[in-house]
Design a protein around this ligand. Structure first.
Ligand SMILES: Nc1ncnc2c1ncn2[C@@H]1O[C@H](COP(=O)(O)OP(=O)(O)OP(=O)(O)O)[C@@H](O)[C@H]1O
Ligand SMILES: [Mg+2]
Length: 284
């Protein structure tokens, strides 16, 4: 099990009068090689949860285990440096991650910090930039002169270049146009198929249906549901209570079934849906 949360609580400004408990008793296992969506309304604790995976935040109580690393209230982040290579985290706000004067310097910072020679790091930076859909001309530009979507791509490249075994993405397609979002999700899916464990925070339920195999639903600092994507979307009324919409395809199947069809709610490909509808039309 590469990632395990046990009884994790997180309090911001712990011990002060403005202390706020953002995570409450989190127990969670993430399977090796899975692609898991973290969903839930704004402020439910998603970003707080995932920042524990590379020890950017430490639990106030409980512990997180990532491969052989134990992250606990007393474990100092300095001891956890190698963990930052194993578990790469792309922030919700890319500005938090970009700080160098050129994009190239920004992307090679991580590998060089881990002892990769400069020339090798530069070659890897080119590859990473290409993977996120930006050409070499960006290398000498300032990361601060980019659009929101371009900044996000650079921030993702800066993590991919580290070749993490676990990739944690906080709303990675926010600010991208629909085609860019699809390309980015396909990139993560292909990395996942190569064996990388992927966690993705998203508000887009269509992405959850099409790309993820597991999902975790958060509400008010707790995990209120976890399971396969099919299991999560099998309870529309419950999701509705949490203000989580069904994916378009699942909603469509749900409404067809209300009208007497009997179509498998877990279908996530258009071709399969068309075949299922055809089969039932001809048998009527
Ligand atoms: N640095 C902080 N200090 C105090 N409270 C914080 C801090 N960061 C987040 N919180 C609070 O913790 C709760 C969870 O925040 P978090 O950012 O984890 O939510 P989220 O699910 O990622 O939301 P969103 O979908 O808006 O990104 C919120 O109520 C938020 O106000
Ligand atoms: Mg967030």
């Amino acid at each position: 099990m590469p990632i395990r949360f046990e009884k994790v609580e997180h309090l911001y400004s712990d011990g002060s009068p403005v202390s706020f408990q953002a995570l409450k008793g989190i127990d969670l296992d993430i399977e090796d090689g899975s692609m898991t969506a973290i969903i839930g309304h704004t402020g439910s604790g998603k970003s707080t949860l995932i920042q524990h995976i590379n020890a950017l935040l430490l639990p106030s109580s409980g512990k997180v285990t990532v491969q052989d690393y134990v992250i606990s209230p007393t474990e100092r982040p300095a001891k956890l440096k190698p963990l930052r290579q194993i578990a790469g985290l792309v922030f919700q706000f890319p500005e938090y991650q970009l700080f160098e004067e050129t994009i190239e310097k920004d992307i090679i910072f991580g590998p060089m910090n881990f002892g990769v020679p400069e020339e090798k790091a530069k070659a890897a930076a080119k590859e990473a930039l290409k993977a996120v859909g930006l050409d070499e001309s960006y290398l000498e530009r300032s990361p601060f002169d980019l659009s929101g979507g371009q900044k996000r791509r650079v921030a993702i490249a800066g993590i991919l270049v580290m070749q993490p075994e676990i990739l944690v993405l906080d709303e990675p397609t926010a600010g991208l146009d629909p085609q860019g979002a699809t390309e980015m999700m396909e990139l993560f899916q292909s990395l996942n198929r190569q064996g990388i464990t992927v966690l993705v925070v998203t508000h887009d339920m269509n992405q959850v249906l099409h790309y993820c195999d597991h999902a975790v639903v958060m509400s008010e600092g707790k995990i209120v549901k976890k399971g396969t994507v099919a299991e999560i979307f099998a309870e529309p009324a419950y999701l509705n209570e949490l203000s989580i919409q069904l994916p378009t395809m699942t909603q469509f199947i749900y409404e067809l079934n209300q009208k007497g069809f009997q179509i498998d709610m877990s279908i996530n490909q258009l071709d399969d849906l068309i075949a299922a509808i055809e089969a039932q039309m001809t048998s009527r």
